[in-house]
Design a protein around this ligand. Structure first.
Ligand code: ZN
Length: 295
């Protein structure tokens, strides 16, 4: 009986491994040193890691419309895409280590969107985005639940960034630069200027631009400290603490101790020790002395 069970278990486990094997076999690390190798790696099936072994200039567009996750290991190198990047249908292009290397997308094609990420689950992580001309195009658009994270700057010669419909999200960790006569940000169907952020922010350190459904967060690079906020009230013997935070992004701009109130403050309150009473009487005598001298 025991042996039969063991055989059965072994058979079940082997079957399980057989089923699992084809799923995990797709994930691979593909090293690329030029544009041709990169194109092949991007088109390969499965959730692969693409590791750069050289700086690459890529003049084609990147278009992925299947629900696969491509991890871009920049490996300290720079990938310059001089065209647009479009992710659809749950496609992900991610930078696990954004501080190592750069993935820059720069496009000057007439009336195109430099990076577009569309559909729930679709996600793009990129270093810098630049729409280089004034010919009708956009820097970035996340729509129908898509998400874009820019670790560096977004610059556009024409239209800015738009997060539109179904909870689409864009995060910009650097600066956002657009022509003065163009909308700074579009969320849903609402256009916002730079001061049109919503408070309180939903991401500390960032200005939040939202219509309640779609959101763009832009790193706050010029903090506006508000009034002091008391964290701990001081007591007679113990110091308290207070801080100021940016009214736009809640970043803590200043922290200070509040001195202990001391025993003399107790003059009109309760005094319990001889030292308090002595100190208070000393203060009374001092004050009366001043008044006596003044008259
Ligand atoms: Zn701020």
């Amino acid at each position: 009986m025991k042996k039969a069970l063991s055989v059965l278990l072994t058979a079940a486990l082997s079957l399980g491994l057989l089923v699992l094997a084809p799923i995990t076999a797709h994930a691979a690390t593909i090293e690329v040193a030029n544009a041709t190798q990169l194109a092949d790696a991007l088109n390969a099936a499965g959730n692969n890691t693409i590791r750069l072994t050289a700086n690459i200039i890529y003049d084609d567009s990147i278009y992925i419309d299947t629900a696969k996750t491509i991890t871009l290991d920049l490996n300290g190198k720079t990938l310059s895409v001089n065209n647009c990047v479009a992710l659809y249908g749950g496609a992900k292009l991610l930078l696990p280590n954004p501080a190592s290397g750069q993935f820059n997308v720069s496009c000057g094609n007439y009336d195109t969107i430099t990076v577009v990420v569309s559909g729930a689950g679709s996600k793009l992580e990129v270093t810098n985005v630049n729409y280089t001309t004034a010919d009708g195009g956009d820097a970035a658009c996340a729509d129908w639940g898509g998400e874009i994270i820019v670790y560096g700057n977004v610059t556009s010669g024409r239209n800015s960034v738009a997060a539109q419909f179904d909870g689409s999200k864009i995060t910009i960790n650097g600066t956002l630069t657009v022509p003065a006569d163009r909308p700074y940000i579009t969320v849903g169907m609402t256009q916002k200027n730079a001061t049109g952020y919503t408070t309180p922010t939903t991401k500390t350190g960032y200005r939040t631009y939202t219509d309640g459904t779609d959101t763009v967060w832009v790193k706050c690079n010029a903090h506006t400290p508000g009034d002091w906020i008391v964290d701990t009230q001081p007591t007679a013997t113990a110091a308290g603490s207070k801080h100021k935070e940016c009214t736009a992004c809640k970043y803590v701009t200043d922290t200070q101790a509040i001195p202990a109130t001391g025993k003399f403050i107790k003059l009109w309150g309760k005094t319990t020790t001889w030292l308090d009473n002595f100190g208070n009487w000393l203060l009374v005598i001092f004050c009366f002395g001043w008044i006596w001298m003044a008259f």
